[in-house]
Design a protein around this ligand. Structure first.
Ligand code: GDP
Ligand code: MG
Length: 176
């Protein structure tokens, strides 16, 4: 029997950027209007096919609240990759990335793979509310040696599958 490949991925970023919605869109292809506060850490599992091989992604969705940060930290150590999420309509959430990067650098293994995601891109068209340009995000990605960057919409589903597939591909190449 072929050995099953399992990657553990953790989703981090400020509260409200859409981490839980991204996971819901990817794992169940649905969207939740409500902002349901994530308690501690929740997870979803999804199979992704890479090079004709089944890869299991175990995705941990974290809560941003201060009181859960010590729980979150214990998950960094076991993670293979991190999805680092901000909201393209919130400069504050983009500036908040440095906190999360600090946490990752401090608590995860040094070879962890980090993928940058700018979510809620649907709003930039309907409400012209963009506060973070793609150029700035790309510069950030390059400066901090992150493995990839994509803009997504958990609402419409835009780029969500693409993001997880590209990320899984990178994990596969790195760890297989
Ligand atoms: P989390 O705290 O990072 O887990 O954020 P949530 O996933 O709970 O989402 C916070 C809020 O943003 C909710 O009201 C969602 O409906 C909304 N939201 C999440 N993703 C998107 C998106 O891609 N587009 C839009 N327009 N709203 C989103
Ligand atoms: Mg959440």
């Amino acid at each position: 029997m072929e050995e099953e490949l399992l990657f553990r991925v953790i989703i981090v970023g400020d509260s409200g950027v859409g981490k839980s919605c991204l996971l819901l869109r990817f794992s169940e292809n649905t969207f939740n209007e409500q902002h349901t506060v994530t308690i501690g850490v929740e997870f979803g599992t999804k199979l992704v096919k890479i090079n004709n091989q089944q890869v299991k992604l175990q995705i941990w969705d974290t809560a941003g609240q201060e009181s859960f940060r010590s729980i979150t930290r214990s998950f960094y150590r076991r993670a293979d990759g991190v999805l680092l999420v901000y909201d393209v309509n919130s400069k504050e959430s983009f500036e908040g990335l440095s906190y999360w990067l600090g946490e990752i650098r401090q608590h995860a293994t040094s070879d962890i793979v980090i993928f940058l995601v700018g979510n809620q891109v649907d709003l930039t068209e309907s409400e012209n509310s963009r506060e973070v340009s793609q150029d700035d995000a790309n510069a950030y990605k390059n400066f901090h040696n992150l493995c990839g960057f994509k803009e997504t919409s958990a609402l419409s589903g835009f780029n969500v599958n693409e993001t997880f597939h590209e990320f899984t591909n990178i994990l596969y190449e790195r760890w297989n």
